[in-house]
Structure formats: C-alpha cells, structure tokens
Design a binder for this molecule. Structure first.
Ligand code: S3P
Length: 169
C-alpha cells in the first residue's frame, strides 16, 4: 500500500511495483472519481474537504478487501487512523518521501490538485509537509525517492516487504 505526499511518486512507483509483483495497481483517487463521476477538484469545490475525506475513507475500506493489488492512496489518506488500519490489513504500508522543492518541481505543471491551487504552492507544500510528517512516519517502510528511478524505488520496496513479512509472521 503506497502512501506519501502529492508528487512523491506514488503513481509511477506503483505502476512498476505492481508490474514486478504481478499485481494490479489501484489508485484511490481514480476510484473516487469513477464512483462519484466527478473530478477530485470538483468534489473539493462542491462538497468541501471533509466530505472528500469521508468518501476517501469509504473507498479505502472497500479496496482494502482486495487481493493481489497495490493500492496507491492520495497524499492526505494517512491523516485518518481508520485508513491506516484498513490499509495495514493487506500488508506493509509504504511511504514515499521527497523534499518540498522536489515535490514542487514534480507537481507545478499539473493543476489537478486543489490543495496546491494556491498563489504560493511551495509555501503550501512546506506547511502541509510539516503538519503531516508525524502521520507519514507511521508507515512500516519509509523510502526517499529523491533522484532515484521508480524501478530503483520499487526494488527497495520489494526488499523491504520481505523483511516486513518476516517480522510479521
Ligand atoms: C491530496 C492528494 C491528492 C488527492 C487530493 C488531496 C492531499 O492525491 O487525493 O487532491 O490531501 O494530499 P495525490 O497525492 O495522488 O496527488
């Protein structure tokens, strides 16, 4: 299960990881958009962030019952313990990290993220990272993606999952 801030590389790493494991990749945001027939930005605008978080939790709960899947979550999913508990049922929770500057560079051309559609996205990234840091640290495996290829990161995750699996029976 992949967690981490927006732009930490969850989608790209998730694709490689799923391929290597022979699993399917399920992106929670994509599932939310399909289920609601609405874009994430529109859900935020029409219903607000708390309603989005409720939808996100319900989708994570449902997806965590699936076998043979790498589940990639939105950057804020870690904020609810309930989501962490549901994700952990299926195995290790992996958190991808990167610096605020790298996240800014990776996300600046993509305008689909409502939380970063602000005048000073870099300041917003720093603010949210500071708030969320303790939540991201709750992951079982934390991997820095700075200047590393998705394949390299995926290999490290697979190695980490073996160790995690051993220490968890
Ligand atoms: C969010 C991250 C987004 C999406 C929504 C909120 C967040 O997903 O769920 O815009 O709170 O960090 P990505 O991390 O896939 O961009």
């Amino acid at each position: 299960m992949l967690t981490g801030f927006m732009g930490a590389g969850k989608t790209e790493v998730g694709r490689v990881l799923a391929h290597r494991l022979g699993y399917v990749l399920i992106d929670v945001d994509d599932e939310i958009e399909k289920e609601q027939s609405m874009k994430i930005a529109d859900i935020f605008r029409e219903y607000g962030e708390p309603a989005f978080r409720d939808i996100e939790s319900a989708v994570i709960k449902r997806l965590s019952e699936r076998e043979g899947a790498v589940i990639s979550t939105g950057g804020g999913a870690v904020l609810r313990q309930e989501n962490m508990d549901n994700l952990r049922k299926k195995g290790a929770i992996v958190c991808l990290t990167a610096s605020a500057e790298t996240i800014y560079e990776r996300t600046k051309r993509n305008r689909t993220r409502p939380l970063l559609s602000v005048e000073d996205p870099l300041a917003k990234i720093k603010e949210l990272l500071a708030i969320r840091q303790p939540y991201y640290e709750k992951a079982d495996i934390v991997i820095d993606t700075e200047e590393r290829s998705p394949l390299d990161v995926a290999e490290e995750i697979i190695a980490g999952m073996r160790v995690y699996g051993k220490s968890n029976g």
